[in-house]
Design a binder for this molecule. Structure first.
Ligand code: NAD
Length: 261
């Protein structure tokens, strides 16, 4: 069947198998919900076994979801998860490498363990997860990957300090460029999304415990409000769909203009 060139169907993900890491809660959970709403079968993965309850909740909403518990920093576990998903579904069409942490700490107070912990999850695991799930996509000759970067990958946000996070997220954006070009002829696209401050539980905590920090953030965001998780998920859905067939190696900011304002 010839692919539609225009129209709403281009944005759909019907029949696709999509894998989302860090999907037990937060932005990852909302991305999984959006991909499911676009018609994909979504495998929600997380280190936290609560991801099983999250996947059940989404399935109760009528979405095609299932869960897989593994640690993305364990390269062997990631490979085994990819094998399991391919054995079950016969293919993988989309990956969202979303699991990540931020460690708020002055540069001089970073221990070697602090630095490694952030890099192990935000950079090493993003690479090896992408490698493992891209293998079946490369064999199929089609697939799409979205890596979750941040406003911290293109600029230095204020007033909090987290050099390890900033460097890791800049690395993620450049990984998308490098892999996007390396795999361009193979039909596998790789892009990154850079969220601004988003309405997650983590940020709600900051609003409660350090209202002056929240005030500083809101003053710096051109719209004067936090991103909704749905605003990140919609961009991810677009980049994974055939509507974005012309887009690879790109960092798309979803930040209400924070990084340019
Ligand atoms: N919240 C924001 O404002 C914001 C802004 C920019 C970028 N981001 C990025 O978006 C992504 C999601 O952020 P969030 O706020 O939803 O985070 P979150 O902490 O709410 O969720 C992260 C999820 O990743 C999982 N996880 C952690 N370590 C893991 C591991 N080793 N293996 C598998 N899963 C693991 C956690 O269990 C959790 O469910 C992160 O990469 C973050 O850096 C967030």
């Amino acid at each position: 069947m010839e692919m539609a060139q225009l129209g709403a169907d281009l944005y759909r993900l019907d029949g696709r198998v999509a894998v989302v890491t860090g999907a037990a809660r937060g932005i990852g959970e909302t991305i999984a919900r959006q991909l499911g709403a676009l018609g994909a079968t979504v495998v929600l993965t997380d280190l936290n076994p609560e991801v099983e309850a999250t996947a059940r909740r989404l399935a109760d909403e009528g979405l095609g979801t299932e869960a897989l518990v593994f640690d993305v920093t364990d390269v062997a576990a990631v490979g085994a998860a990819a094998d399991k998903i391919v054995a079950r579904h016969g293919r993988v069409d989309a990956l969202v490498a979303n699991a990540g942490i931020s460690l708020e700490r002055q540069a001089v107070d970073h221990s070697a363990e602090d630095w490694r912990r952030v890099m192990a999850l935000n950079l090493d695991a993003v690479f090896f997860t992408t490698q493992a799930f891209a293998r079946p996509m490369l064999s199929q000759g089609k697939g799409a990957v979205v890596l979750i970067s941040s406003i911290s990958g293109v600029g230095i946000s204020r007033p909090e300090r987290h050099v390890s996070y900033d460097v890791s997220k800049a690395g993620v954006a450049h990984m998308a460029r490098s892999l996007g070009v390396e795999w361009a002829k193979s039909g596998v696209r790789v892009n990154a999304v850079g969220p601004g401050y988003t309405d997650t539980e983590m940020l709600a905590d900051v609003g409660r415990s350090r209202p002056e920090v929240m005030q500083a953030w809101l003053a710096d965001i051109p719209t004067g409000r936090l991103l909704r998780r749905e605003e990140i998920a919609a961009v991810v859905g677009f980049l994974l769909s055939d509507a974005a067939s012309g887009v690879t190696g790109h960092l798309m900011m979803a930040d209400h203009g924070y990084s340019v304002g």
